[in-house]
Design a protein around this ligand. Structure first.
Ligand SMILES: Cc1ncc(COP(=O)(O)O)c(C=O)c1O
Length: 373
């Protein structure tokens, strides 16, 4: 049985009529950029994320970079984040001229370890960017406390976690700005690129709205230099339809994750693989179902030979990436991130994945582990 890592076609089929009709309507309207669909999506995402303002931008990467710019981060400033994330998080920091300061992760959640943040704070520290990786909220309350005590700002990277909650409150509503991605594989994915910033502060919302359109408040009057980071009407129209299903899809993700975990335990594999945890007080929305296992690369190859497509998010922690060589990091600097990068594997996962598919993945992993003891 061929099992894909994710299956976007299945979801499209379930909402095809609505989507096709909306796209046609937008095409007929002749309005393609920052129009009524974008404004409505902004209001609906703000409401969904329990935020006062939401500002649509061209991608999650742009959301992060514009958030840093809106907060006034500049050359010489330091921004604290995790080495175990997608590079977009640190690219945004470097793009505004600031220095990336890494803090190791927790081994159970793979999110930044708040206990290690304090020792990295210097007079130049300006912002903390925690990432809610794989859909699991980080220790955002503790991080907000550290930020308050040290006069730091917080940007939450919620790219993988729309709808996730910490103590009943949605991610993206804790920090100064929350950044979301609508990349197709995300829990709320468009049919192209897109992103969004959320904030409680009118002044920041205003700045973000200017930055996404070349720094102008009124057309051809430029208060600052911004860029083109506009969200388009077709993406916004698609995302508005998909947002209506997001709670249900997130619930399906949680149920399918529970099923995977149950099947691993029933197969007697609980001591051979490290299963994802859901920490106290959080609602995990499982953008990915990630386990840890020894001989990971061999397992990937074995699964592929059976047409089961798994992946690794992410195989090289950022401090060891070629591009950051000049920062002088070395192996051993962030041991939890390094161990995790060696052992994690993202299994086929999407809301519509069937019980048979999950069972086939677990059975194949069992077969591999029993012959590789
Ligand atoms: C943690 C994280 N941050 C930022 C991004 C960037 O989002 P985008 O691909 O929409 O630019 C992604 C998405 O890939 C991500 O996973």
């Amino acid at each position: 049985m061929t099992i894909p890592l994710l299956d976007l076609k299945k979801q499209y089929q379930s909402i095809k009529q609505e989507i096709d009709a909306r796209i046609s309507k937008i095409l007929e309207s002749g309005r393609f950029i920052l129009g009524p669909e974008v404004s409505s999506l902004e209001a609906e995402v703000a409401d969904f994320c329990q935020a006062k303002y939401a500002i649509g931008v061209a991608s999650g990467t742009d959301a992060l970079e514009l958030a840093l710019r809106a907060l006034g981060v500049k050359a010489g400033d330091e921004v604290i984040t995790t080495p175990f994330t997608f590079i977009a998080t640190t690219e945004a920091i470097t793009q505004v001229g600031a220095k990336v300061v890494f803090v190791d992760i927790r081994l159970d959640t793979y999110n930044i370890d708040p206990e290690k943040i304090r020792e990295k704070i210097t007079p130049r520290s300006k912002v903390i960017i925690p990432v809610h990786l794989y859909g699991q909220p980080c220790d955002v309350e503790e991080i907000m406390e550290i930020a308050r005590e040290n006069n730091l700002l917080v940007i939450e990277d919620c790219a993988q976690a729309i709808g996730a909650e910490y103590k009943g409150k949605k991610v993206g509503s804790f920090g100064d700005i929350g950044c979301f991605s609508f990349f197709p594989s995300k829990n709320l994915g468009g049919y192209g690129d897109g992103g969004m910033c959320t904030t409680e502060k009118e002044e920041l919302a205003e700045k973000l709205r200017m930055l996404r359109v070349h720094g102008s408040k009124n057309k051809y009057q430029h208060i600052t230099e911004g860029r083109n980071s506009r969200l388009d009407e077709i993406q916004a129209g698609i995302l508005r339809i998909k947002l209506q299903h997001l709670n249900q899809w997130n619930q399906q993700r949680r149920e399918k994750a529970r099923l995977y975990t149950k099947m691993f335990k029933e197969s007697g594999l609980a001591d051979k693989v490290i299963l994802p945890v859901e920490t106290k007080d959080v609602k995990h929305v499982f953008n990915l179902y990630v386990i840890r296992v020894r001989h990971r690369d061999e397992l990937l190859g074995f699964l592929k030979s059976k047409e089961i497509f798994a992946a690794v998010h992410y195989p090289i922690p950022l401090h060891l990436q070629e591009v950051y060589k000049q920062a002088g990091h070395k192996i051993g600097d962030f041991p939890n991130a390094e161990l995790t990068a060696r052992e994690i594997i993202s299994l086929p996962f999407f809301p519509e994945i069937s019980e048979e598919q999950i069972s086939a993945v677990v059975e194949s992993i069992k077969e591999f582990l029993e012959s590789n003891n």
